[in-house]
Write a protein that binds this ligand. Structure first.
Ligand SMILES: Cc1cc2nc3c(=O)[nH]c(=O)nc-3n(C[C@H](O)[C@H](O)[C@H](O)COP(=O)(O)O)c2cc1C
Length: 181
């Protein structure tokens, strides 16, 4: 079945490791007949959540009008949402964290977002897999709260420089992830 997939990336590095996996995932997903809409958070005008709780009251998802108001309708329409990012300081990079924080709008406005599929692609420099917990755990809990099913995670440690992903099986895993959606 053809699905609508929204991919949200978090790296500012165009030729980086998470983008290489993202590109491979998107190519595989489109080859399966899915339609993919991609948002590169680092290129977007985005701030964090203002916690004003006026979400969807002005006709837009957020009263503070920026690129989240383009991303939010795409998420609402999506069958699956895929988050891709590096680990920054044992956590989620601020570029994509702004999008995640702003999804609070769905909760405040009582939007029925339940039942979507969700997936995670992440990488980090250190070899220790637990470093990836800094993005894995919050994304799993976010998915659970929104009643999204986490269908797959590609978690690749040991990649620092652009191109390092080629020394791992990250690309193969990203292609395989497309089979799970
Ligand atoms: C600001 C910043 C913070 C980082 N923090 C960590 C970290 O806490 N742990 C780690 O293993 N790697 C860390 N890294 C390394 C990146 O996760 C790693 O280089 C990754 O491959 C970058 O992915 P990208 O090429 O998709 O941007 C950091 C890199 C930057 C630029």
């Amino acid at each position: 079945m053809s699905k609508k997939i929204v991919v949200i990336t978090g790296s500012p590095r165009k030729n980086g490791n998470s983008f290489a996996m993202t590109d491979a995932f998107i190519q595989a997903a489109e080859a399966k007949g899915h339609s993919v809409t991609r948002f590169d958070a680092a290129d977007k005008k985005l701030t964090g959540c203002h916690a004003c709780e006026t979400c969807f009251k002005t006709g837009k998802a957020c009263s503070f009008d920026d690129d989240f108001n383009t991303i939010a309708p795409a998420i609402l329409e999506a069958d699956a949402v895929v988050f891709t990012m590096p680990v920054y300081w044992y956590s989620i990079p601020s570029q994509i964290k702004a999008v995640i924080d702003r999804m609070y709008a769905f909760c405040v406005a009582g939007k029925d977002v339940a039942g979507k599929e969700c997936a995670l692609i992440a990488c980090c420099e250190e070899e220790d897999m637990t470093v990836l917990d800094g993005v894995r755990v919050p994304m799993e809990r976010t998915a659970a709260l929104l009643k999204w099913t986490m269908v797959g995670e590609v978690l690749v440690p040991g990649v620092l420089n652009t191109g390092d992903i080629a020394k791992t099986d990250g690309i193969r895993q990203a292609v395989a992830l497309a089979e799970k959606i």
